[in-house]
Ligand binder design. Sequence first.
Ligand code: URP
Ligand code: ZN
Ligand code: ZN
Length: 472
Amino acid sequence: MKKVIKNGTIVTATDTYQAEILVENGVISQIGMNLSTEGAEVIDANGCYVFPGGIDPHTHLEMPFGGTVTKDDFETGTIAAAFGGTTTVIDFCLSNKGEPLKDAIDTWHGKSKDKAVIDYGFHLSIGEVNDAVLNELPSVIENEGITSFKVFMAYKNVLQADDETLFKTLLAAKELGALVMVHAENGDVIDYLVKKALSEGKTEPIYHALTRPQEIEGEATERAATFAGLANSQLYVVHVTCADAVKAITEAREKGFDVWGETCPQYLVLDQSYLEKPNFEGAKYVWSPPLREKWNQDVLWNALRTGQLQTFGSDQCSFDFKGQKELGVGDFSKIPNGGPMIEERLTVLFSEGVKKGRITLNQFVDLISTRVAKLFGLYPKKGTIAVGADADIVIFDPTIERTISAETHHMAVDYSAFEGMKFTGEPVSVLSRGEFVVRDKQFVGKLGAGQFIKRAKYGENYEITKDQTATV
Ligand code: URP
Ligand code: ZN
Ligand code: ZN
């Protein structure tokens, strides 16, 4: 059925204006005033912003990690995402060394099919680059529609890849049209520092942060950026947490390297002191890279404002406190790394960023949706409000004041990293390709309605230039 969204304020990455939207067959077919409502359902967005559905470039749903599996899967994770105003997630598909890449991709399709309530795509992790991998990569891009690869520079003896692998992945990505993502921390140095701490009887969660200092993130970021420049390739640094990493990205971009950076909600509002909470509660805040000293938050906000960082992901990677985080009682290195973030991504950035005057409303839309769509081959089908785009739409009330709690969130995980915190602004209704997934704050979506999206190559549908960076 046709829908007309009336009385709202449309917000894109560049414009804010009053207009109505006609949705037909899952796409936006008209934008204007006094649109005909004949045969259409009228949706009143009075007092609300109407912006493109959020695109989360960084999720780990039903992912085996740290001796267990993330609590939220493609069902609970995408339902929670939708409540938070996200209509597309790009999840990390983990490949195993020695196995065909296609097997890993098929495994991830098995996890997501019939479960996801919003659209989704995959990034593919690369642990080694040999002839078999090089032979398969063109098909991963052309046939599977997976156009971004992830290389972990940390998690020694688990996911960590060596420098040769990273460099070869960058070269292959340049040739094939893919974007290389890195988890930038020096895994070898961390491994040494962790063993040393444990041998000294330092077992509490806070030592997770103290054994992964920010210099180590800065060094790895700089190294990855250097390789990207040398390979004349494209690099995206996930979950940037600190001044040293921002500096490395900024310097690389100033040299003309094609380097992009993402940060996440947790690094903007939580800090290292959370890992010192008593009764092992600090484990709830153990993820990598770790939370930093609070002063880094100003650096991150400034980087978002000036365009030194360009996207905002959740790094959703949830583990229950009971039974999962508790695996690390007596040994912080056994605490599964990750936290629940998918649902609060937009609210945190809106409340702490737009409401507090740190970023503009248009920057907010760029960070949570448009820029992600451009970098990851989804634009212009997704990531904006425009005629011909998918009707992935959020109706967002900027005045609602809410207190975050595990009691009321929609994730399956048993705690919230933002428990008791107050934020302003909430998605009221969310549409995915023209169908309500959340309506008046109630879930009305369908399991399996989310479609796997084959993404375009890097820069194929949209010319990516670094000077698109917004500055205010
Ligand atoms: O601690 C984290 N971030 N867990 C998820 C895996 C990763 O490194 O992104
Ligand atoms: Zn990571
Ligand atoms: Zn992650």
